[in-house]
Ligand binder design. Structure first.
Ligand code: ATP
Length: 248
């Protein structure tokens, strides 16, 4: 049977096709495809929607990014494949820098992901020529740029792995994670954990920019009143409530 055009299932099938295609082109890695499947499973548990607590974290994240001196959005293959245009738009409106950082790094893949972001409208993508290393991780994921992640005070890390999230926190940065898995090390380590699908999260964050851009008082209040642990606990409750509601 044909799936209706606007059905969420059709959208997720189209996304899978796009990721498979971009994996053949070398933008998404094979393990990136596995990570996507893990994300989809958690999105089911949230009802495939932005829960209230995620929207709160998204607004607080924008407050932090607007307060930052050197905010940077770290982009990997999956993030570029899923929402390059949304990332570019958010980076321009904050403004924030974009830096490509790959788990499975090769110069060729970095070039492909940078070029993909540039085709989506990015004008200054960092990451092709790393000139610094993040302490505490041994792999190539430690590579970064002085202009970007190395000196950043606030870093947005969508779909990050736990080791790098921990290293960024140890380096004294405010780390904003976007990760559908509230149990991941990344979600548990980050300063702000946004438990939402990355495309939805970035689009929602965009909506908060005009409201907060010229309102420092509102930004400070949001930051002061936010408790990440409490928010994660509420997300766990939202998942339980949703599951419960499905089997009445
Ligand atoms: P950790 O190392 O943090 O404990 P992990 O080993 O699962 O977690 P990765 O393999 O790097 O780390 O996975 C990235 C995370 O991204 C996964 O937790 C997955 O749930 C999440 N994820 C995948 N796709 C999406 C998406 N579209 N939106 C938001 N999160 C996603």
């Amino acid at each position: 049977m044909e799936i209706p055009k606007d059905h969420p299932r059709r959208k997720s099938l189209e996304t899978r096709e796009r990721l498979a295609e971009l994996s053949r082109e070398g933008i998404v890695s094979i393990t990136g495809l596995i990570a996507h499947g893990r994300g989809e499973a958690f999105d089911y548990l949230l009802g495939e929607k932005t829960v209230k607590e995620a929207a709160v974290a998204e607004e607080v994240a924008v407050a932090y990014l607007l307060e930052a001196k050197n905010p940077v959005i770290s982009v990997n293959g999956n993030v570029a494949a899923l929402c390059a245009q949304e990332i570019v738009r958010l980076a321009k409106s904050l403004p924030a820098k974009i830096e490509v950082n790959l788990f499975h790094r090769s110069n060729e893949r970095v070039e492909k992901v940078c070029a993909y972001l540039e085709r989506a409208g990015a004008t200054h993508v960092l990451g092709r020529k790393p000139d610094a290393r993040l302490e505490g991780i041994s792999s190539d994921r430690a590579l970064c740029t002085r202009e970007g992640i190395y000196t950043a005070d606030v870093v947005l890390v969508p779909l990050e792995d736990g080791d790098r999230a921990e290293a960024l926190v140890r380096a004294g940065k405010v780390v904003i994670a976007i990760d559908l898995n509230p149990l991941s090390r990344t979600s548990r380590t980050a300063t702000i954990s946004i438990v939402d699908e990355v495309t939805r999260a970035i689009s929602n964050m965009q909506q908060f920019v005009p409201k907060l851009k010229d309102n420092q008082l509102a930004r400070k209040e949001l930051i002061l009143n936010f408790d990440n642990k409490r928010n994660l606990r509420e997300i766990a409750r939202a998942i339980c409530r949703y599951l419960d509601s499905q089997f009445q």
